[in-house]
Write a protein that binds this ligand. Structure first.
Ligand code: NAD
Length: 571
């Protein structure tokens, strides 16, 4: 049996229905090159039951975020990747493989566009109409662009956010502080471990008991409370002893926040990571049990959406009340505030989003969520990359601490992977390092390198990444398109452009890129070009908006800015 025949059999290609899928591992190619092979393995990895949230429905994370439109499309993508030549490019339109074009060897092997709708029609209702007709798919950010690495993918960013919050407000870590939040899904599940890594106590409210069980099993969550009183007691005790602790509570956050206020319990920090961006498939209205809500979603979606939006309005009012009573409140990128505004909460924006509050300065340095996965499937390969990265950047003490902590605390989900935020210039060095490791056989197989679409240059999202830009350019999406085209021009392995992401249809446009270190000189050229230019567009975007740090980085690192003089004033 050839490798191709074996993989067709292992993945049960052609059956057209749901079945467990895991990425092939090891050093042998099934495709005609490592770029196609990497795309194939990462698509399967997104659907690995240990990694994706609801793989039977091809859902990877973030409400409806899918890897392929349906199982027939999945089968067709796999078949096409197996036959794809090294000078061909596969086109994916919202999770469906639609064509193969002759390009050239340095072109991306796959180009992906997910959920993009002409702006006048770009809303959930129209999306659902198209979805019902089988014409579109929600790709979230890394679900439809095949570079999801489980909850770890968001872990370091979440940790950085809570650590930055501690520094900004308390001039220390979160020792002795209580954070209340909700949502223990694919992304939100990173919150408990991030808070404890930053020294604090987290109370995480989640309505779906299986999500709590999953986070306990993977050690992202320490314990589960049996009631709100139990949670408050345990949180206060741990905070009093300055002991990091994360506590899960199975309930609806809407009900819980009201009770907390009634009981006079105001946490130090309040935020939320339910899938509020999607009122039908992501958020549970209060007053219904989990099972009742799931039924209503199917039988009467209109009433469900109405109830969910009303609940979100109360949810935001409760956050504002806690803020008034002294809590630090911030929005965690799920569009909860804009949803509440639809129900008349006009002052929803009185608390800030996490990007302007804690992350923008990192973006001005070209910093963003650099991530990689070992295609060998061997966790030892990730240990090698961790160690070599610490040697490459010994001065980056926060990164070194993170890598040590991650090695100890983070369980791999699917293919072994790692994330760490790196800045402009650093990403290309790391890419070259990984290519050298593959070339010198210090790791067993090629390494795939990508990032979240939440990055410095890749996204236009006025309620998240580009909220409150200095020059008011929050909603200008040219930047995300320029970033996408830059990755294509620079020779990424696959490139994607999506609408929606973490905040929902019509609220964000964003691009992704993935590269592959296969040890070849060609890969080195492509990697260094992509990994320099991709954050380079972030520097340009922030410099153009007038951020001094970005202008300074451009000036010292040789990024040409034709219209911004070196004092930050536009001619
Ligand atoms: P998910 O759909 O996998 O998980 C959401 C969880 O919230 C589910 O487990 C659900 O049961 C729970 N939930 C919903 N309503 C609830 C309620 N009323 N009370 C209690 N629990 C409730 O989504 P995810 O991948 O974890 O993402 C969560 C949100 O964060 C999304 O809106 C996503 O777009 C956004 N997001 C933020 C970032 C960031 O960097 N901050 C990054 C990616 C995604």
């Amino acid at each position: 049996m050839t490798n191709k025949e074996k993989i067709l059999k292992d993945l049960n290609i052609g059956c057209g229905v749901a079945r467990p899928v895991r990425a092939p591992r090891g050093t042998e190619l099934h495709c005609k090159g490592w770029y196609q092979e990497a795309a194939l393995r990462m698509l399967c990895n997104n659907l690995d039951p240990d990694n994706g949230e609801n793989p039977d429905q091809l859902i990877v994370y973030g409400g409806l975020g899918k890897a392929a439109r349906n199982w027939n499309c999945f089968d067709a993508i796999v078949r096409t990747l197996l036959d794809l030549e090294n000078d061909e490019t596969l086109l994916i339109q919202s999770g469906k493989p639609v064509g193969v074009l002759k390009t050239h060897e340095s072109s991306p092997r796959v180009l992906i566009a997910n959920a993009n709708i002409v702006p006048k029609w770009a809303n959930w209702d129209y999306f659902h109409e198209l979805d019902k007709k089988g014409l579109i798919m929600y790709g979230q950010m890394t679900a439809g662009s095949w570079i999801y690495i489980g909850t770890q993918g968001i872990l370091q960013g979440t940790y950085e956010t809570f650590a930055a919050l501690g520094q900004k407000h308390y001039n220390s870590d979160l020792g002795g502080k209580i954070v209340v939040t909700a949502g223990l899904g694919g992304m939100g599940g990173a919150q408990p471990l991030s808070v404890t890594m930053a020294g604090g106590v987290a109370v995480c409210v989640e309505i779906n008991p299986t999500r709590i069980a999953k986070r306990l099993e993977k050690r992202y969550l320490d314990i589960e409370a049996i009631s709100l009183d139990d949670a408050i007691l345990k949180a206060k005790e741990a905070a009093g002893n300055k002991k990091p602790l994360s506590i899960g509570l199975c309930a609806n956050i809407g009900d819980i926040l009201t009770s907390m206020i009634q009981k006079g319990f105001i946490p130090d920090v309040i935020t939320d990571q339910t899938s509020a961006h999607d009122e039908l498939n992501g958020y549970f209205p209060k007053g219904l049990s989990f099972e009742e809500a799931l039924r209503l979603r199917k039988t009467d979606p209109k009433t469900y959406k109405d109830m969910a939006l009303n609940s979100m309005a109360d949810h935001v009012k409760a956050i504002l009340e806690m803020k008034n009573q002294g809590a630090i409140a911030f929005d965690y990128g799920n569009n909860l505030r804009a949803q509440a505004m639809k129900r008349g909460v006009d002052n929803a924006m009185d608390y800030p989003g996490f990007v302007p509050a804690y992350i923008r300065e990192l973006f001005c340095n070209g910093e963003g969520p650099f991530r990689w996965a070992a295609l060998s499937g061997d966790p030892e390969d990730i240990k090698v990359t961790d160690r070599e990265l610490m040697k490459l950047f010994p001065e980056k003490t926060k990164m070194v601490n993170w890598l040590k902590m991650a090695e100890e605390k983070v369980e791999h989900m699917g293919l072994p992977a790692r994330i760490c935020w790196l800045g402009y210039g650093e990403r290309e060095k790391a890419g070259k390092l990984f290519n050298d490791l593959v070339r010198d056989k210090k790791v067993k197989a090629p390494i795939v390198i990508g990032r979240d679409h939440l990055d410095c240059g890749s996204v236009a999202s006025p309620y998240r990444e580009t909220e409150a830009m200095k020059d008011g350019s929050d909603a200008v999406a040219d930047w995300a398109l320029l970033n996408c085209m830059t990755s294509v021009a620079s020779g990424a392995a696959w490139v994607s452009f999506h609408d929606g992401g973490g905040v929902g249809i019509g609220y964000a446009l964003h691009a992704g890129q993935v590269t592959v270190a296969d040890g070849s000189p060609d890969a080195e050229k492509r990697l260094t070009t992509v990994l320099r230019n991709d954050p380079g567009t972030g520097i340009i975007r922030h410099a153009d908006a007038g951020y001094e740090t970005a202008i300074e980085v451009a000036k010292t690192r040789g990024i040409k800015l034709p219209m911004v003089n070196m004092h930050g004033n536009r001619p």
